[in-house]
Design a protein around this ligand. Sequence first.
Ligand code: A3P
Length: 305
Amino acid sequence: MFSIERIPDCEGSTIKLGVVEEGYTAPWPVMAEQSIRVLNLKFNSNDIILAGYAKSGTHWVWEILSMLLKGRAEPAQSTKEMLMFSFGTQEGFDEIPSPRIFNSHAHYSGMPYVLRPNVCKAKIVYLLRNPKDVCVSFYHHLRCAKDFDYHGSWNGFYSLFIQGKLPGGSWFDHIVGWQEAIESTTDSPILPVFYEDLKQNCTYQIKRMSEFLGFNYNNDFFEEIAEKCKLENMKANDQKLKKQYPIHTSEDGNNFIFRKGIVGDWKNWFTVSQNEEFDQITQKRLRGTNVKFQYSIDDKQNFQN
Ligand code: A3P
């Protein structure tokens, strides 16, 4: 069962969500029904999956993976949405030859059944970003993308985030579910990659992903990819693709995918009390997992995983 609902924030502004089941919402309102079909999608073991909660930098990493797969540091001629589980159909995906780079913002439990361990060994790159920057980035995204019909304030949005009443559901549940999957399987082909690490040493993270995927390239190529995938270069390429794929730009011309691209923008938005409350919630909700996040680029005490 699924339904399109208007969910109020703490100030009464509403957001339009596709509710799949209690506590789980689709990444896009009209995609609620598709989220159920996603579970039965089939693909091949040599396909690559990019998973991560929305606003974690998935467009950036998808572009990096595309270049690694092609063996050339050339920008993609289509957008990652073409290979997003929740945007396509089995028939449409079958027309694209493997290996393909599928991507999804779904919780682990919302991923296709074939990804369960020992069924399909497709390798998964799992992208994470500190939740305060995710929250701010998602706020801008949802106010720009008209399908969600959200016009609330920062305070209102903050209340939705901590309750997990958002497209794709709760960030906290997303992390817990994926961490359980990573930590419970010894031969799990899942590589965690952190946005903050990419910001600090993109070339090294590209090398890690390349080795994980079994490619054999040299450092010059990783540096070339890091350069081509800098925010300003990706933004410029997106401008070119905009006519064909207008989904990244709001009606007033703002690009809500390639925005600031920094670590620590949350400091411009969180109040002191929101920050304290958020830390407590994060600590409580992630208790039992080994995951740690960096909230600013020099935040070395949190730099572990
Ligand atoms: P901000 O809104 O904080 O700027 P996603 O692709 O998962 O929707 O994530 C979008 C976020 O990743 C945005 O964050 C965007 O600016 C950032 N991003 C996209 N490409 C990037 C790049 N090449 N370098 C750094 N950040 C990037």
